[in-house]
Design a protein around this ligand. Structure first.
Ligand code: 13P
Length: 264
């Protein structure tokens, strides 16, 4: 691949962490620290009840606010669920789809995830589609097969235009919250596979334009080496996004690693 033209992107997935005052404090702290970081798209994913307040905090900033999940239906008798149009109406502009905790803790199936992805696009939300294998699947040499299955089922029926609103996040399940990140080589191998799969399904131009983030124990001190992979376009960060200082350091490192001149 020639010099990278994709704009790097860093996401902070807060998961089920923070109370309301903590969420607001984290947003304010982050806002102060990222004032001069211009080269990276930044998205934070707070818990549902805090999305509106955090989005207001970042109004006019370069940080956008996303949701961690949504329901496939737009409205109706679905107690406890939150829909795409509801998210859109409080300033949310994107959503994580198929996060490993949704798949493995809540039991979201490939079919459920495909429905959620379609609903997100229908609601005018950008999508970060998360894929990745468990340790048993990696040990069984099924990493590419699992990622291919997750991509094919979630993106089935979409065209290249729709793909412009989709970012892929490769998050190996065994690396999430474990402190054991993929090696830069492991990450790059899977990112390359994902891009080649996208090229086969949607054409080379779409594949070249699509951003692929890595997630799983990303920290300020390992993100630069992960970003060295030519197909690694940013990071989706869990634990280290809960401290503004470490999250800002990660954003800064991604911005430095992601300049076209340094990455070819
Ligand atoms: P950790 O960075 O805590 O491993 O979480 C990664 C993740 O799940 C981001 O969506």
């Amino acid at each position: 691949m020639t010099a990278r033209t994709r704009r790097p992107m860093v996401g902070g997935n807060w998961k089920m962490n923070t109370t309301f005052p903590e969420a607001v404090r984290l947003a304010d702290d982050l806002k102060r620290r990222i004032g001069r970081l211009r080269a990276v798209d930044i998205v934070v994913y707070p818990p549902f009840p805090f999305i509106e307040a955090v989005a207001r905090r970042f109004d006019g900033e370069r940080v956008t606010v996303g949701a961690q999940d949504l329901h496939a239906k737009a409205s109706g008798a679905f107690t406890g669920a939150v829909s795409g149009p509801q998210l859109r109406s409080v300033g949310c502009t994107s959503v994580l789809i198929g996060h490993s905790e949704r798949r493995h803790v809540f039991g979201d199936s490939d079919v459920t995830i495909a429905g959620k992805l379609a609903a997100a696009l229908q609601a005018d939300l950008d999508v970060v589609l998360c894929v990745g294998e468990t340790l048993a699947e990696r040990d069984g040499d099924r990493t590419f097969a699992v990622c291919e299955r997750q991509l094919a089922s979630a993106l089935h029926g979409l065209d290249a235009t729709a793909l412009q609103r989709v970012v892929v996040a490769y998050e190996p399940v065994w690396a999430i919250g474990t402190g054991r990140n993929a090696t830069p080589g492991q990450a790059q191998d899977v990112h390359r596979f994902i891009r080649e799969w996208l090229a086969g399904a949607f054409g080379a131009a779409t594949a070249t334009a699509t951003r692929i983030q890595y997630g799983g124990s990303v920290k300020a001190d390992n993100v630069a080496e992960l970003m060295a992979g030519p197909d690694v376009d940013g990071a989706l960060v869990g634990g280290a996004s809960l401290q503004a200082e470490s999250f800002a350091s990660i954003i800064q490192a991604v911005g430095q690693a992601g300049t076209p001149s340094s990455k070819s």
